[in-house]
Unconditional design. Structure first.
Length: 311
């Protein structure tokens, strides 16, 4: 399975989802400043060094084994919690993802403040399948994904146990999924949405698709739903700034295959990820979905640019 086929599904509905068109290059989206990167020749030299400075096969085997054991241990607990509607069903995924980040060597740096009120629609850029683990470790909430994900071996089960909201791309299913999202918001569930509709290389942020922000149409107790932009950037590997030649070890996009990429990830050293919570907004404040998408994208792009530049 390639990044191109999978990321579009994890990214949400796509521009057709609720009958709105996505943002295009001419929508006035600002380009982020060019990030500071280390010399590519030096990065290649480090990749060729022996001793596991960057990659270590034994480390990869240990981490992958630990991840599988952790998942298999907590899987039945979450199944019971979801089946019985226990509060643990919301708490356990956060605990699980936190353990996963530590096990795989990810240091998550959080900037800004997450809204404490519920529910909130979190709108984020999308770099890799790793985003789910990183965001899941700090944000109690449910992801929004395309309905095809539910049928994937392994991934589908994990997504269901995290109570992912699955949304079909068929226009005939729009009302049904709108009702499902409304029920989730009414019950106080936070929703996490990758608004680009696909994954990127981690250097730039793609235009946000206004059709993906249909959930922002809903009101909660007569008040507009709060929308909080959220940026994620993979910035350092073993303390060294990630340049373009190293970023594909973490960013998963285009035609990259999942299994080889995952093996590279678990064999890596210490990874630093910067997650920034930006000022919240709402559809009522922005005026339209298109303006809301542009506002969120600009704030996220600024956060990614600052993180990649080491600021």
């Amino acid at each position: 399975m390639s990044a191109r086929s999978m990321a579009g599904r994890l990214g949400g509905l796509g521009s057709r989802g609720f009958g709105s068109r996505g943002l295009g290059p001419g929508d006035g989206v600002r380009r982020p400043p060019r990030p500071v990167v280390v010399d590519e020749a030096e990065e290649r030299r480090l990749l060729d060094l022996d001793g596991g400075l960057i990659r270590s096969r034994p480390r990869g085997v240990l981490r992958l084994t630990g991840y599988l054991l952790l998942t298999l241990t907590l899987l039945p607990v979450q199944m019971v919690a979801v089946a019985l509607g226990l509060r643990l069903r919301e708490q356990l995924p956060v605990f699980y993802h936190r353990l996963c980040t530590r096990l795989l060597g990810f240091r998550v740096v959080v900037r800004g403040r997450r809204l404490e009120e519920r529910p909130v629609l979190y709108v984020c850029n999308h770099v890799s399948y790793l985003d789910i683990m990183v965001l899941g470790s700090i944000v109690p909430g449910c992801f929004v994904a395309k309905s095809e994900v539910a049928g994937w071996p392994g991934f589908g089960l994990l997504a269901k146990l995290q109570r992912t909201v699955f949304v079909a791309r068929r226009r005939t299913a729009v009302r049904h999924h709108g009702d499902a999202i409304a029920e989730r918001l009414k019950s106080g569930d936070n929703l996490i949405l990758f608004a680009e509709g696909t994954s990127s290389d981690g250097t730039r942020v793609l235009p946000f698709k206004s059709g993906l922000l249909a959930a922002a149409d809903h009101e909660v107790d007569g008040r507009p739903l709060k929308v909080q932009p959220l940026s994620i950037a993979y910035t350092r590997l073993n303390g060294m700034p990630l340049g373009r030649s190293l970023r594909p070890f973490l960013a998963w996009y285009g035609d990259m295959e999942l299994a080889p990429h995952l093996w590279e990830v678990v064999a890596l050293g210490r990874v630093t990820v910067v997650v920034e919570f930006h000022a919240a907004t709402s559809l009522a404040e922005a005026g339209s979905r298109k303006d809301l998408a542009r506002t969120c994208r600009d704030r996220v792009a600024d956060g990614v640019a600052r993180a990649n530049a080491g600021r």
